[in-house]
Design a protein around this ligand. Structure first.
Ligand code: COA
Length: 145
């Protein structure tokens, strides 16, 4: 990914992380997710292009535990333009992310998504992920308190 790709990545995120489909992803997706990760982990910001247009992206990070030798890869965001989903673009991006993450010394890859995001869960299962423990997120409307 290059700096010129940032607006297209953000645009695809806006298209796929919708309130209707995935409330948590919708609420947490904002420009800093792209610019921040591009600043801290540029090697793990990857785009897929078709005819010079960005059609998908994967943004990741490396987590290092200073007191142990453990290094984790964390795939934070992956999104494919709806028109190009189910054409193996996500698979190729994921494989490239895994390759780069391994090269950076990670022994494990972490992903998370909403329990209702069955499409993504099935996709990650195809990428050989196993279910971890249940992860709950909650909402409190602060205007009511
Ligand atoms: C999840 C997502 C990244 C998958 O990308 P994709 O390019 O459509 O997936 P691919 O074509 O590479 O599919 C790879 C494998 O996963 C399977 N798969 C992909 N999407 C699937 C779905 N919705 N339901 C069931 N299986 C699915 C494919 O069948 C394929 O299996 P195969 O290799 O046995 O044929 C894409 O649907 C997307 O952008 N979703 C919205 C954003 C999102 O939820 N991101 C994840 C959380 S950040």
């Amino acid at each position: 990914m290059g700096i010129k790709d940032i607006p297209q990545v953000f645009e695809i995120g806006n298209q796929v992380f919708t309130k209707k489909d995935y409330v948590f992803l919708y609420r947490t997706w904002e420009p800093y997710e792209v610019t921040g990760l591009y600043t801290t982990d540029p090697e793990l910001c990857i785009v897929a292009e078709y005819k010079n247009k960005v059609i998908g992206f994967a943004l990741g990070s490396i987590i290092e535990k200073p007191k142990s030798s453990w290094t984790y890869g964390y795939l934070i965001w992956i999104g494919i333009n709806k028109r190009y989903q189910k054409y193996k673009v996500g698979k190729k991006l994921y494989q490239e992310m895994e390759r780069r993450t391994k090269k950076l010394g990670a022994r494990m890859m972490i992903i998370d998504t909403e329990g209702s995001n069955i499409g993504a869960i099935n996709f990650f299962k195809k990428m050989n992920f196993k279910m971890g423990s249940e992860h709950i997120w909650m909402i409190k409307n602060l205007r009511n308190y």
